[in-house]
Write a protein that binds this ligand. Structure first.
Ligand code: NAD
Ligand code: WQD
Length: 340
């Protein structure tokens, strides 16, 4: 069987790490990305880490002709779909841009997959689709109640994939619901490179540690959690990358479409993460308490049992690994890929 795997949005944070895991497991990644939130430098570095050429097609997924040309040339046996805009706050301000990009890219990609006879798909969904947790840990049967356009879009794309699976029994897909991806490849060569001031906790903390931002604001100290700060299920991006390889490997034996949580099952508070990062960086990360952020929840963590049973995958890396690898990437690349 052809071992090309098409990675849509593969120049981004999670896609570039997944490209490495795919190569390590005998697959050949080919990337299509419009570079709206990434740099071609990430793929050059993936090539230097793996020693394998990774074709990068710079095109928007909504450009059907460009997507068709990739299927014609490489005939990938599976697609991993990471492409989309992902800032929750921005999605509230610019809902049309989010639906246009995230749904439009998916329509065009799925259409061209079917046209090319490629029926195997892994889609980047998000734990954000569960909304406010009714019970913890979150299982896949928890109600889907997104609270913002970004999350609604993810839930819609999951539904579209399920409807496709009902219409076409030869379609096999995993909707992977990631919890909070953090960390970087241990080489320190690739990592998360947000543009502007980061929205998410780990990139913000690492920008403070490297001296690009003065201090962290901890959003709320009165949450119903052991230390009063918010609790999340942080997962190392290399564990997440390996979950994608496990999913691609499991696709041929899969019947239809399944949603699967990808998390560690462990909750970590903001203050625990700051302490772990300070230890990894060998310096105290300054922080102050600030008001709660609109739309935040107290606690969120996965029940990862289905991933273990269905994909044979579990997260292996610790919070210390996540912090050490983030710090190696950030301290060696204080301006991300910008300086390359
Ligand atoms: P990212 O922004 O680094 O990667 C997404 C990539 O998609 C970028 O390289 C971007 O240039 C590309 N892209 C966007 N729209 C495109 C389009 N129309 N055509 C072609 N390329 C396009 O984000 P990431 O953190 O790597 O996330 C990957 C996926 O995982 C996203 O779908 C995101 O919603 C989802 N996800 C991310 C997180 C997280 O916290 N990072 C959590 C849950 C789910
Ligand atoms: C984590 C914790 C904050 C920043 C988001 C998206 C979600 C998913 C992952 C895509 C919370 C606290 C944060 C800061 C802080 N992405 N915090 N100071 O909100 O769990 O999830 O990213 O699918 O959809 O919503 O992640 O990293 O923003 O926040 O105190 O400067 O850190 O309040 O408790 P979140 P996060």
């Amino acid at each position: 069987m052809n071992n090309w795997v098409l990675i849509a949005g593969g120049a981004g944070y999670i896609g570039s790490h997944t490209a490495i895991s795919l190569v390590e497991n005998g697959y050949r990644p080919v990337v299509i990305d419009n570079m709206c939130n990434s740099s071609p430098e990430s793929i050059r570095r993936v090539e230097s880490i793996t020693g394998i050429e990774v074709p990068l097609i710079q095109a928007d997924l909504r450009d059907s002709a460009a997507v068709r040309a990739v299927f014609d040339r490489y005939a990938p046996s599976a697609v991993i779909h990471f492409a989309g805009l992902k800032a929750v706050g921005e999605s509230v301000e610019r809902p049309l841009a989010y639906y246009d990009c995230n749904l439009g890219a998916s329509f065009s990609l799925f259409d061209e997959m079917l046209r090319a006879g490629c029926h195997s798909l892994v889609f980047s969904s998000s734990a954000t689709i569960y909304g406010e947790p009714q019970q913890l840990p979150l299982t896949e049967s928890h109600p889907i109640r997104p609270t913002n356009p970004y999350g609604h879009g993810k839930a819609m794309i999951e539904q579209i994939i399920m409807d496709l699976g009902r219409a076409r029994p030869d379609i096999r897909a995993f909707n992977l619901r990631y919890f909070n991806p953090v960390g970087a490849h241990p080489s320190g060569l690739i990592g998360e490179d947000p543009s502007g001031i980061p929205n998410n906790l780990m990139p913000f903390v690492s920008k403070v540690a490297v001296g690009r931002l003065p201090r962290l604001q901890v959003f709320g100290s009165d949450w119903p959690t052991p230390d009063g700060s918010g609790v999340r299920d942080y997962i190392h991006v290399m564990d997440l990358a390996e979950a994608h390889v496990a999913a691609v490997r499991a696709l041929p034996g899969q019947n239809g479409v399944r949603a699967v949580n990808i998390g560690t099952g462990r909750g970590t508070s903001v203050l625990e993460l700051v302490a772990a990062f300070s230890a990894a960086a060998g310096q105290e990360v300054p922080w102050e308490v600030a008001p709660r952020r609109a739309g935040d929840i107290a606690r969120c963590y996965a029940d990862p049992a289905l991933a273990r049973n269905l994909l044979g995958w579990s997260a292996r890396r610790s919070l210390a690994d996540m912090c050490e690898d983030t710090w190696r990437w950030q301290s060696r690349n204080p301006d991300g890929y910008g300086e390359a």
